[in-house]
Design a protein. Structure first.
Lengths: 359, 359, 359
């Protein structure tokens, strides 16, 4: 967030007690509790993002970047862990898919469109963007291989799918860690830090404020996510939608609202480097950090470990999103029509997820 | 067409009465009528193109561009509507496929080869070419999603395929309209108009000539297309080829002959911007304007609405053509070997369509 | 090889008699013979490469280039022919696959990583690299079309698969020949010859030395390959690995060891143009020269002709490798993280090949 005072965020905080009250008083009104939880998570996730960023700025360089890279998608991670505990691995995968395609298509599409309406052509560093799209390609490969493997070894008893998927998760995770070395250490010059200057003249920094905010918001997200995860199955049934659609579109939007807002504001100010870093970087983080982390965590918390076998349509959606961002970003410039194109791809994929029969 | 006097075109016009006579006198000689119709459409389609272009140049800017963008593929649209009326939706899809891959591979491949034999390296504007290939990606996504959907929901009664496909067609169509705003209004500077200068010193323009030509040629195309569509099934049987192959290769070539000629002439004159605009632009128009329009029209004229479910090999061919043009065009330059590569891809795909068993 | 004295190569030559002795004395110890043959081929293949290069440099221009383009992968070709004679077409395809993905991912990945550790950013000519990746795309298309064709015509008796595949091989082969005209004649300026200068001041050249080395090494490779091919099936069984894995990973590595070494040394010296030319050029040569040549040769030597139908996972691996190198190379620069990314893709694919059940 570029702004110091996040307008409307404090107002949304009111949904936290609302959700808790609904959950206590009318536990059978699933859709209502789900909706309240969705709105309640928005400000909490934003506060986690703000606190992380403040700490990152003051810790600076390596440690700060590391903090950002791990806590940046804390909400997704927490929702994922809670859903794993309930055994809702399909919901976890759906929300991972939704986060990946949402950041790339919806967040960056909206940023390119809004930015493009003010500036005819917007430029950004191709090396940094190229690294991001290649990371996405890598994670897509890490999802395609398990799917092909599963398809080829169907009917074969005891196919070693989980071993394969876990080892692929290790490769993805290790590559992500190396990419942090690249972005935070050896090539950090490529990655502009547009917001650091504004804060440099401030009075001595009080660490307690952001740390306190981080802890409080994390606890809040955990509590509210529990209600969200607990009501999602019933809500899907009541709304006549598939759990897949709810996961891909609704749950995924919740965790990315903050990124969405920041990227659009940055694009409007013609800071496309920062906008694409948020959009693609967030997708990459989900695919190469959150997803493998959830695979590892699933060994501990879930009723059974989670593999990397996404549904066919999820995989197709991720691959097509990857191709779209690669086509759009390879020349290092965007204009409003490219924003429209990304949003059109998102619309087509959402239509597919909407109509897809729940199996 | 760059030339004022299209050599040979008037001679080909003789095939119009020949086709009509054959149809009257020997209605059972299907292959002969088909062949005569093919040759008869060539000059008629060229005249539609010429008349459209003349009008577009004099109307200028927005309206002229709009005219070009809608009438530019009038022959394909007319053939499509007539085939829909006969319920030949597979033929419609085959000729759409053939137009898309033919423009991208055969037309642009021949242009890059011929141009490259005269000029070692030819350059063109990457932003304009990038917009075109991304539009092709968008339309490919609009065809992949229905195919995956169909495959996933096979065996499920009353899967809402037609709703999904129609809504996707709406998204594609809307994106195409927005792209016209981009090319004709906000970013028209990107799209050079190489032929406008030559005409600017002419005497007062007589609108009746091109309008008359447009009406006459459209009527002619309609009449001849009717014979073409009416004989295609029998012709395929007599020649021992599948209807798919005839649609993809022969029928598609017919409608694109004019584009083919123009693009090669332009490339030979080192006007690669215009050549790629014709080739990729024509593919895009087919995919995002003609195809959705035919879906909408099919609700009115056909025995049953047309969906967007192309055959697997058509889809593969379109996706591979898209990748080929993306690989070739992303660096903003071509040489003769890239023309050879595109033509080689076209040859491989045609071999596939030729040998594919009619199912 | 940049170095005049290939350290260690002479030592490895000792494995030639070792392999022969083992084969004579203990013919039932398959894995041992296989391992000795693997090590014995390494220096022999390197000597073929050296002799070819020396001759090519002194014959110069067209003929030299032609020699390099045909003898450059002599070891792969010889192994392939011997395996064809045994009817091991699956092994042939596996080693072709392994060579293609190994050159692109492992060889170029290692080169980019090692080079990138010394130089922050390394640049190379995008036109030359683009030609190479498009050639790879072409060959991938030449493998996808037979696979789709096979899948679509399953259950149909007498589907003309072999005709289709042979004709596709002709198209690929012809395109490769035309690409030689491009690289050796019309656009040879694009392809730097970084090593020619060093040799230009040498005394009169004795052709007998390299010709003799070429003949001797080729005979050696043939003899050792015979043992390698003869023991591969048993070795796979004894090691508990699939023949596919042995073919893709082990056999393919053998033939590319020389390329591997050269590319890494060149990258460390910041000669990325030469490094990418070796890596991508070698893949292209395998896909467009060795593979079609083996199809043609299979009509003569094999118990039955070889088609171009690769397994699904081989095809997926080739397509993903192609996308990876396209993403990495399109901007004309590399850094160490891109090397890591290519190696990560290679690791994921190898995991897939390892766990894939032998069918």
């Amino acid at each position: 967030m570029t702004e110091r005072t996040p307008r409307g965020l404090l107002a949304l905080l009111a949904f936290v007690p609302v959700a808790l009250l609904l959950h206590q008083l009318t536990p059978e009104r699933h859709t209502l509790i789900f909706a309240a939880s969705v709105f309640a998570i928005l400000p909490l996730a934003a506060f986690i993002g703000r606190a992380t960023e403040e700490l990152a700025e003051h810790l600076g360089g390596g440690i700060g970047g590391l903090l950002n890279a791990t806590f940046g998608n804390a909400a997704e991670l927490i929702i994922g862990i809670l859903a794993l505990r309930e055994g809702l691995t399909d919901l976890v995968k759906a929300s991972l898919t939704g986060s990946i395609i949402g950041n790339v298509l919806l967040v960056f599409g909206a940023a390119a469109l809004v930015g493009g309406l003010r500036h005819p052509v917007q430029r950004f560093n191709r090396t940094a963007a190229g690294l991001g799209t290649t990371m996405l390609l890598l994670s897509t490969i890490g999802l395609i291989v398990p799917a092909v493997f599963h398809w080829l070894s169907r009917g074969i008893p005891n196919a070693p799918e989980l071993e394969l998927d876990t080892e692929i998760a290790v490769v993805l995770f290790a590559t992500y860690c190396l990419s942090l070395v690249f972005t935070l250490r050896t090539h950090r010059g490529l990655y502009g830090r547009p917001r650091a200057a504004a804060d440099s003249q401030q009075p001595p920094f009080n660490y307690w404020r952001p740390v306190g905010m981080l802890v409080a918001a994390t606890v809040g997200v955990t509590v509210v996510s529990e209600m969200l995860v607990g009501t999602v199955t019933q809500t899907a049934r009541e709304l006549g939608m598939s759990e897949l659609f709810i996961g891909v579109v609704v749950v995924a939007l919740v965790g990315n609202a903050a990124e969405h807002y920041s990227a659009v504001v940055l694009a409007a100010n013609n800071q496309m480097d920062a906008a694409i870093a948020i959009a693609v970087g967030s997708s990459t983080q989900i695919a190469l950090f959150v997803a493998p982390a959830l695979v590892f965590i699933s060994y501990v918390v879930g009723p059974r470990p989670m593999n990397l076998l996404f549904t066919v349509f999820e995989l197709v959606a991720i691959a097509l999103s990857l191709l779209s961002i690669a086509f759009i970003s390879h020349d290092g410039e965007t204009h409003w029509m490219e924003g429209v194109q990304l949003l059109a791809v998102y619309a087509i994929l959402c239509l597919g997820f909407y109509y897809l029969p729940a199996i």
